[in-house]
Design a binder for this molecule. Structure first.
Ligand SMILES: [Zn+2]
Length: 423
């Protein structure tokens, strides 16, 4: 038993990941502390995404959160804000991600009032030109990342071999007229102008992008129905004149733009990555919509058999349904990004079942889904730990052999991604 565990762990920890989902800005933007993505430039920044949502869930006040991530509060005083909540969060996976990150990167075993100055020093010493490559490739053993940029639908990264870009379609589907989706030189007066805008993003970036990313599950059900342009032209005009549409009208318009964009992605050979399941952020998740995600996803797969749909986050907590979906539909793939840091035991359970139930070429096992590069170290650690456990258990429970487990590791960690995203 011990030998099997050691051998598999050694293989998994020495195998590079292709990381199929992050929200990283470029290194130069991070060093410039662009707002609002980088609210402060100290050690607390590492807690600024998933950990902060858990802090809110634990009951921290808005004032305390604002202080924790403020540029105006002395970093040495920030432990005073965190310490009340730390005992309740240090054993959640978002706490484990942070602890492992500071251990690997700064050689600090655990945060306390005694080592905040040291933590801040090490943060500053590390956050220097070249630290992205050092963290991603040298420390986290990741070949490259797929990036869904948080500040623009798509761009040419300053590190195109390290941060490969997806095209973010949320704003184009929701008709959000802002800098994220609409470059300054675009005049929008009609639905055909909007179609031309979508076409432009694809002609500009479709050749180099790895996929498109759709996160609209945060705002609606995934029941996108095919809708003709002439059915939504008037609704579109009302939308751009900032007149109020009914929820049914808004849905219809989004349905049309969703399929317009998805058909375009399919034409360009780009897989379509979709958020499903658990929502990040607090106190708004519509669990009824979430529950319907798997059956809505099945309709999407039926509706467009030539499109490769990649479903994110195991549709947590409804992951059994996603096994059923991926087993049945040839165009349904699963990306385990964020899953290991959300609920690693559910992710381990899912991966074991996936290996035994679904053809193993349709899964990608890692994405930190983070905007702070340092955290990728902690996310990759919990993912590798979970993958190694899944494989070890399958071998010791006599489902697969040791050599099958070792072979499978390469497919799960990078080969599947290499093949699927190599258009
Ligand atoms: Zn994401």
């Amino acid at each position: 038993m011990e030998k099997i565990k050691d051998l598999i762990e050694k293989k998994v920890f020495n195998t590079p990941f292709i990381d199929t989902h992050e929200h990283l800005i470029d290194e130069c933007e991070r060093l410039d502390c662009i707002k609002p993505i980088i609210p402060c430039d100290d050690w607390a920044l590492l807690l600024n995404l998933y950990f902060s949502f858990d802090l809110i869930s634990a009951g921290i006040s808005k004032e305390q959160i604002d202080c924790l991530f403020s540029n105006r509060v002395n970093p040495n005083n920030k432990w005073g804000i965190l310490k009340e909540y730390w005992p309740h969060l240090k054993n959640t996976t978002s706490g484990i991600v942070f602890r492992h990150t500071i251990k690997r990167l700064y050689e600090i075993d655990d945060i306390s009032g005694d080592n905040i100055r040291e933590l801040q020093n090490r943060y500053e010493q590390t956050r220097r030109k070249g630290f992205y490559k050092y963290i991603i490739q040298d420390v986290a053993n990741i070949t490259h990342c797929h990036v869904n940029s948080p500040n623009i639908a798509c761009k040419k990264s300053e590190s195109p071999d390290l941060l490969l870009q997806d095209i973010g379609l949320n704003g184009l589907i929701q008709v959000a007229i802002n800098g994220y989706s609409v470059p300054g030189n675009f005049q929008i007066n009609s639905l055909s102008d909007w179609h031309a805008l979508i076409d432009w993003w694809f002609s500009e970036y479709g050749k180099n992008a790895k996929a498109v990313k759709i996160g609209n599950a945060y705002f609606r059900k995934l029941d996108f129905e095919r809708t003709e342009a002439n059915e939504v032209e008037k609704i579109f005009l009302k939308k751009i004149k900032l007149q109020v549409n009914s929820p049914e009208e808004d849905k219809k318009l989004q349905d049309h733009l969703f399929w317009y964009s998805v058909d375009k992605a399919t034409e360009y050979g780009l897989p379509v990555k979709l958020h499903t399941g658990q929502w990040a952020m607090n106190n708004v998740m519509n669990m009824r919509w979430v529950k319907d995600n798997p059956s809505d996803c099945a309709s999407l797969c039926r509706n467009s058999p030539d499109t490769k749909f990649i479903f994110f986050h195991l549709c947590y907590p409804h992951y059994e349904e996603m096994l059923s979906l991926a087993k049945n539909y040839a165009n349904a793939y699963v990306d385990m990004c964020w899953s290991w840091s959300m609920n690693p035991l559910a992710a381990k359970d899912f991966l074991k079942k996936f290996i035994l139930a679904v053809p193993n070429n349709k899964i990608f096992t890692f994405g930190g889904d983070d905007k702070i590069v340092e955290n990728v170290i902690g996310h990759a650690f919990v993912a590798r730990k979970g993958i190694a456990q899944s494989l070890t258990e399958l071998v010791t429970e006599n489902w697969i052999t040791m050599s099958d487990a070792l072979d499978l590791t390469d497919d799960l960690m990078y080969k599947n991604a290499e093949k699927t995203f190599n258009k």
